[in-house]
Design a protein around this ligand. Structure first.
Ligand SMILES: Nc1ncnc2c1ncn2[C@@H]1O[C@H](COP(=O)(O)OP(=O)(O)OP(=O)(O)O)[C@@H](O)[C@H]1O
Ligand SMILES: [Mg+2]
Length: 281
């Protein structure tokens, strides 16, 4: 087994990066039964928190905690700065889905790594080497990064095979994902990495139906075939997962309740599209 590694990118904050990492990670594990890991490289720890809440939502049979949270004794910061073996910082969310969490202590890593590895390429290689024992344990690894061009986001670019770019469609500008793609070109050339774009996922949170089609067409002109056809619209359930964790609530008959169903169907469809795009290379 050799994990496919994905970084979820956009240098802008609050565009949906973590949501994509969480949802694709969940569908990969829960729907497709792939052995899946989410690596949180954001000291805000948002994805770690959502995964912990998700863990609490599931029964022991599903690999969850039945209302008992995970105690994240070790995080990515301990792995990188305290020589804790990476396996010790891996926690099960549900069956097939694990998280390597981050918290505020990761803030120090930027300075620590610059002191210990003055050359940026050595910092990227160091993180890659520290995570490498995981690569043959998973089918899929999603890396969630903080916004902005930083040591964290660049290390993730170095480690990943594929980039999934989130596009926040806006009436004013459709180009926010372009900055990431352009930087990726520069990065792959400078550091001889072979990171490839697998798709651009449009998030349309701003307006009503009438403008949407036009915005999609504009985005299509810019991003071409990379643009994913399944659009993420404003979705109260997705917003709710941020505070409740991901759920798969069922009716008495055992089918998914409609808001969970729609949300999961959307991300399963996005997962499928991305997989299709990979075959183009
Ligand atoms: N389709 C949606 N509808 C409504 N709210 C959404 C949707 N997608 C994401 N959100 C919410 O928007 C907020 C920002 O999303 P998210 O955390 O995924 O962005 P991010 O790019 O990871 O942000 P950051 O740059 O801070 O890491 C979250 O509260 C999330 O729940
Ligand atoms: Mg985020």
């Amino acid at each position: 087994m050799r994990a496919k590694k994905y970084v979820i990118g956009n240098f802008k904050g609050g565009v949906g990066k973590s949501t994509v990492a969480q949802m694709l990670g969940f569908e990969s594990a829960y729907h497709y039964n792939l052995k899946t890991l989410i690596v949180d490289l954001d000291m805000q720890g948002n994805t770690s928190d959502v995964m912990n809440l998700t863990h609490m939502n599931y029964s022991k049979e599903d690999g969850g905690g039945e209302n008992t949270p995970i105690n994240f004794e070790y995080t990515i910061a301990d792995v990188l700065m305290e020589d804790i073996p990476v396996e010790k910082a891996i926690y099960q969310v549900i069956n097939n889905l694990d998280i390597l969490p981050a918290d505020m202590s990761f803030e120090e890593y930027d300075n620590w790594s610059t002191v210990n590895y003055p050359e940026s390429i050595d910092r990227f290689k160091y993180m890659d080497e520290k995570l490498s024992p995981l690569y043959d344990k998973y089918d899929v690894i999603y890396i969630d990064v903080p916004p902005s061009i930083s040591n964290f986001s660049k290390s993730a670019m170095y480690i990943a095979d594929w980039a999934i770019v989130v596009l926040q469609t806006q009436v004013k500008s459709m180009r926010n994902a372009m900055q990431y793609l352009e930087y990726m070109d520069f990065f792959t050339e400078t550091f001889e990495s072979d990171l490839k774009v697998v798709g651009v996922i449009p998030f349309m949170l701003e307006t009503g139906d009438s403008v949407d089609k036009e915005m999609y067409e504009q985005a299509k002109d810019i991003y071409g075939e990379h643009l994913i056809k399944n659009v993420v619209l404003k979705n109260a359930r997705l917003k709710r997962y941020d505070g409740s964790g991901i759920t798969t609530e069922r009716t008495k008959k055992g089918t998914l309740k409609q808001w969970d169903r729609k949300t999961h169907e959307l991300f399963i469809a996005i997962f499928d599209e991305l997989k299709e795009h990979e075959t183009w290379y």
